[in-house]
Design a protein around this ligand. Sequence first.
Ligand code: FAD
Length: 193
Amino acid sequence: MTTAIEKIGYDKCTGCFGCYNVCDFNAIEMKLDKLGFYYPKIYKSKCTNCNKCYNVCPIIICNKENRDINKLKVYGAHSLDENIRKISSSGGISTELGRYILRDNGVVFGVAWNKDFLVHHIEIREEKDIFKIIGSKYIQSNVLDTYEKIYKITNEEKKKVLFIGLPCQVAALKNIVNNNNLITVDLICHGVP
Ligand SMILES: Cc1cc2nc3c(=O)[nH]c(=O)nc-3n(C[C@H](O)[C@H](O)[C@H](O)COP(=O)(O)OP(=O)(O)OC[C@H]3O[C@@H](n4cnc5c(N)ncnc54)[C@H](O)[C@@H]3O)c2cc1C
């Protein structure tokens, strides 16, 4: 059996961090390539051919049900808070969804800048911190071990989690976490620059 990245090839890999999050043997590291995109690097000596990476890769395991246009419902909405609208990239609905989950004792994951001007997914448990994830960052996020954390929070803490990220990241997460405590928001995205 080959690893997921060997099966799909680098040109199809979205750098979603799914394989990295499920590898129990630290055989996968996410590395920036020379153009600044994250790709998995496999340490063959540590790989046990367990197939976990294969089973969560959204390019291999692709839920086509989500693409059925007849099952979609479409709504339009924006935040009623003018300050939120001003600092958001669109209508600020992601912040409103985040606030709702936090007030319901849940946890929110979204993308924030760090001090090196790179972006990464962070965990938010208090409403005062929600501003950290407001606004589109047109650079690929370092997902770190976010999916693993969400697996634990939804299964062990039994809390609701709202994950906001790119469609490839949401597809990977849903291949890893499959329970009713997970709520996802994916952006319209035609690729990280
Ligand atoms: C990489 C990228 C590509 C996009 N491509 C398109 C496009 O092709 N067409 C289009 O109409 N709109 C595109 N958008 C814009 C996107 O649809 C807007 O971010 C969204 O409409 C903003 O909604 P908001 O005002 O509710 O939220 P905001 O408060 O402005 O922010 C939305 C949320 O986006 C998340 N986010 C920000 N940057 C990233 C990132 N780099 N990776 C993952 N999540 C992130 C944050 O967690 C935040 O919670 C893109 C955004 C990004 C980040």
